[in-house]
Design a binder for this molecule. Structure first.
Ligand code: GLU
Length: 381
């Protein structure tokens, strides 16, 4: 097993390290500076070896609460946002001091989901990140909590980390948390029989189903969101390790190929960065119900979607919007950018391509969704 670990880490030159609130803080006391220093020591060492590290760090809300002396849970979203505004600068200051001991400079990047949904902003984020990495600066990313409301939220930093791993084209995602890794059942509920799973070759629905979304009191995700993040990045070809972040030397151990936490192996065939963006970043604006022939053409034959295979259109969307394609039972088979609005699709659904012009007065495209703009579930093509 260790051989497999060594193989995974051997060639890694770009790594995204996600650090959860539960790792960095101690219940109500705010940030644990020793933990930050331990992590910075390991990362300093990796940087010396030429490995580019990008961090996604939680802990803004928790450290804000600590500084404000607030005990117990925050009451509502404005309180969380205000605590994050206090805590984010404390968090960055702590990182800045810890990395300075290794002569390293840090950079803060605060993002919302809407920044990644917009293709131009997405590319700007990528350019900034690339430049920081060229400069050997350590980017530290967090959700921009003070502006983030439900519609533009990543939801949790596990999701943010999976998105950023694809943006930076990481070769490994390390998700540091306050448990040892993924267990076969909830270790808090069944401490006697829960066993750590060292290796996951493929994240299946079954694995996702037995994980809990019960989160650490200071974080948001729970194990479920960590496994979902692992599923996303592995479908993009990036391996993921969920590991205990409070353990001294954890990153050094991982890079030495030691068996720590749970390793998720990458899928053999994987999506391009554009298809990953379509599949996981964009929010679907509607649904197209397809007949069996269209489903088979898309899933098995790698074809584009034509109007003839569409049985029903749901939702109001415009040209260029992301929509989900579902089979007759409503199960999602693909997601893609549509060439026609919902209004036009109502008129041309079920028709042959040759009839589009007659019905709409013009035919800008043959396909409703072109294959290049479509991410298909399961096939990774
Ligand atoms: N962005 C939040 C913070 O820094 C944490 C979100 C999360 O842990 O998922 O406090």
């Amino acid at each position: 097993m260790e051989g497999e670990r060594k193989q995974v880490v051997r060639k890694v030159r770009r790594v995204l390290i996600k650090i959860g609130s539960g790792v960095l803080t101690t219940s109500d006391a705010g940030i644990d500076l020793d933990i930050i220093q331990n992590l910075a020591d390991d990362i300093g060492e990796l940087s010396c070896r030429g490995i580019q590290c990008v961090l996604v760090s939680s802990g803004a809300i928790a450290s804000g609460k600590g500084r404000l002396g607030i005990k117990g849970p925050l009451k509502n979203l404005p309180q969380k946002q205000a605590a994050a505004a206090v805590g984010q600068s404390i968090l960055m200051d702590s990182y800045s001091r810890a990395f300075a001991r290794h002569g390293l400079i840090v950079a803060q990047m605060l993002l919302t989901m809407s920044d990644l949904v917009d293709r131009h902003r997405y590319l700007n984020i990528r350019n900034t990140l690339t430049t920081l990495m060229e400069w050997k600066v350590i980017p530290i990313i967090n959700e921009n909590d003070t502006v983030s409301v439900e519609e533009i939220k990543f939801g949790d930093n596990d999701n943010l980390a999976s998105m950023m791993a694809s943006v930076m084209e990481a070769e490994l995602l390390i998700n540091l948390t306050n448990t040892e890794g993924l267990y076969d059942c909830n270790p808090r509920l069944f401490p006697d029989r829960a066993r750590l799973i060292p290796l996951v070759r493929e994240v299946t629905d079954e694995i996702e189903a037995f994980t809990s979304d019960e989160a650490d009191p200071l974080g948001t995700g729970g194990m479920k969101s960590k496994v979902m993040a692992a599923r996303k990045v592995t479908s993009f070809g990036i391996p993921c390790i969920i590991a205990p972040g409070k353990r001294k030397g954890i990153l050094a151990d991982i890079f030495a190929g030691k068996e720590r936490g749970t390793l998720f192996l990458p899928s053999k065939s994987h999506m391009s960065s554009k298809k990953f963006w379509i599949a996981f970043t964009l929010r679907s604006r509607g649904k197209l119900y397809l007949d069996d022939g269209a489903v088979a053409a898309i899933v098995e034959k790698g074809k584009s979607l034509l109007p003839s295979g569409i049985m029903r259109v749901e939702g109001a969307f415009s040209t260029g919007d992301p929509v989900t394609c579902v089979d007759s039972k409503g199960a999602a088979v693909a997601k893609g950018l549509v060439n026609y609005s919902s209004e036009d699709l109502e008129k041309i659904k079920g028709l042959k391509t040759s009839r589009i012009e007659q019905v709409l007065g013009s035919k800008p495209y043959d396909e409703v969704i072109h294959r290049d703009n479509m991410a298909v579930s399961g096939t990774k093509k």
